[in-house]
Write a protein that binds this ligand. Structure first.
Ligand SMILES: Cc1cc2nc3c(=O)[nH]c(=O)nc-3n(C[C@H](O)[C@H](O)[C@H](O)COP(=O)(O)OP(=O)(O)OC[C@H]3O[C@@H](n4cnc5c(N)ncnc54)[C@H](O)[C@@H]3O)c2cc1C
Length: 490
């Protein structure tokens, strides 16, 4: 194999700095831009397939929207924390199983809306009265029924509309489904949860597309020890350059040239673009020649929403032993919820998760004001709550490395835009959650697209050099070794 590689002069191409005039005797090369799950998965796969890989990451840390923080003395995730689809169908299951990372299953249901079982909520009104559990369950079921009714609206109207508008039409037609008083507020809370799933307000979510993603079986499990070990394992042994913000990507027939903020350039046979959709939308990376119109349209037309986490660390646990605490209100904007990490991971921590417009508004506040805002919500339902001893605040919407939390389908735009975003352009291969038509907005979706980009890249580069059988396929044997996942429910 080695001698064959050497025999092909075209393969004697290497990844080098542009100012390094002497081309080195190396195997095909690729630059991966972005060190989140997608970029790392692509880099790992191509490295294992004998490519020369350099990964350029703008932040001083790896993981992107996986961000496990240890400043409380234990892991908490400021970005992703659930594995959606706790079962062998999940492409991350073999790795998580091998690492022995425990999961806490918050729901056995495969639903978009109920990543927590209905009985695991304790909901309160804004003056601290607990909502009877039967009402929580009853309204949860009613909401599911009402959403099914919106399907009839979808069948009837050729034009797309927002999920909010569709709900209004259902209520106009079926006044018997309208809820009043406390039940109405509980319904708003479920709507607020749905908005959290999409990181967007109901009046911007597409009726036609909201349920087009695929849900893997096995329910939803929290990564009790944080997601970072998965990233670190995949990144082991890779050539990773942190603090390298890419500003320009030039593609030519025989390779790519990538420039970073400080002016340094890297060249290779191909590049994997694994930066977030928000970054592509902001045009902070210049492509030369420009990307084709269909690609630019996909970038412009896919939505990117905001969900944040305000993580409150307390001295003691003073709240009920449920997985989720919620505040119900007249509108979904006024509702809120807290994930109880004590139940899931034994830590005295509550995670407040605003989404959509509320998340945008909170991002305008200082960290201290944002933490106070979350604590005020908690005080409304638990007046004896003691102040947190520490807090963490995410800003995924304004962070220039993400410019949004995850993608979603906006009204009037087709779901196939995710695929358009994924399709390669010459020797540029695109990866990331927003390029996953089946699993957008998820860690396993990002991982799958990284693997796909790696395979596409391998095929293209090696086809061109006539060496298609030379290297290992990107999905090695290891991927098929299955270790059962460690799942608990306290
Ligand atoms: C608050 C929150 C909660 C979430 N919860 C879940 C969950 O529970 N389960 C789940 O499955 N998913 C969840 N998600 C979604 C999940 O985190 C993402 O879908 C996934 O991590 C995205 O991975 P990625 O590789 O596509 O992008 P990213 O992780 O964003 O990686 C892109 C990388 O590119 C880097 N970059 C940006 N610009 C440049 C540049 N110019 N040059 C070089 N590098 C650059 C970034 O710094 C980043 O490291 C959540 C997301 C958020 C924000």
């Amino acid at each position: 194999m080695e001698s064959r590689r050497k025999s092909n002069p075209q393969l004697r191409r290497g990844l080098c700095y542009a100012n390094n005039s002497k081309q080195q005797d190396r195997s095909p090369s690729v630059i991966v831009i972005g060190g989140g799950m997608a970029g790392i998965a692509a880099a790992r796969a191509l490295h294992d397939a004998s490519f020369q890989v350099v990964l350029l990451e703008s932040r001083e840390r790896l993981g992107g929207r996986i961000h496990t923080d240890y400043s409380f003395g234990f892991p908490v995730d400021l970005g992703a924390s659930w594995l959606h689809g706790v079962g062998k169908e999940n492409p991350l299951a073999p790795l998580i199983g091998r690492l022995g990372l425990p999961l806490y299953r918050t729901s056995g249901d495969n639903s978009v809306l109920y990543d927590h079982d209905l009985e695991s909520y304790a909901l309160f009104d804004t003056v601290g009265n607990q909502v009877p559990q039967e009402l929580v369950t009853k309204v949860g079921e009613a909401f599911e029924f009402i959403l099914k009714e919106t399907d009839k609206v979808r069948q009837e109207f050729s034009e797309d509309m927002s999920i909010f508008r569709a709900l209004s039409i259902v209520f106009e037609r079926r006044p018997d489904l309208r809820l009043e008083g406390l039940a109405h507020k509980v319904l708003q809370w479920y709507l607020c949860r749905m908005e959290g799933w999409f990181a967007a307000d109901a009046d911007t979510i597409s009726l036609k597309c909201w349920d087009q993603e695929e849900l893997l079986p096995g329910g939803h499990g929290l990564m009790v020890r944080g997601y970072l070990p998965v990233i670190n394992t995949l990144a082991k042994g890779l050539d990773i350059r942190l603090g390298q913000r890419v500003t320009k990507v030039v593609r030519r027939y025989n390779g790519v040239k990538v420039t970073v903020e400080n002016g340094r350039t890297f060249v290779a046979d191909a590049a994997v673009i694994a930066v977030p959709l928000g970054v592509l939308k902001a045009n902070s990376i210049k492509f030369e020649p420009k990307l084709p119109d269909w690609k630019e349209e996909a970038i412009a037309d896919l939505g990117v929403g905001i969900e944040n986490k305000i993580i409150l660390h307390f001295e003691n646990v003073f709240w009920p032993n449920v997985e989720f605490l919620g505040v119900v209100a007249e509108t979904s904007y006024g509702c809120s919820y807290f994930l109880n990490l004590h139940k899931a991971a034994g830590r005295p921590v509550l995670v407040y998760m605003p989404a959509g417009q509320l998340a945008k508004d909170i991002e305008k506040m200082s960290d201290e004001a944002a933490a106070n805002f979350a604590f005020t919500q908690l005080k409304r339902i638990l007046p004896d709550a003691t102040s947190p001893i520490q807090y963490l605040v995410s800003r995924w919407g304004s962070d220039i490395n993400s410019l949004g939390s995850y993608s979603y389908d906006v009204v009037g735009k087709p779901h196939y835009l995710y695929e358009r975003l994924r399709i390669p352009v010459d020797n540029l291969f695109f990866a990331g959650e927003a390029t996953s038509m089946s699993y957008p907005g998820s860690v396993h979706g990002a991982f799958s697209t990284g693997m796909m980009a790696a395979e596409d890249c391998r095929m293209r580069v090696l086809e061109r050099y006539g060496e298609i059988d030379l290297f290992q396929p990107v999905m090695g044997e290891e991927a098929s070794v299955s270790v059962p996942l460690l799942i608990s429910r306290l």
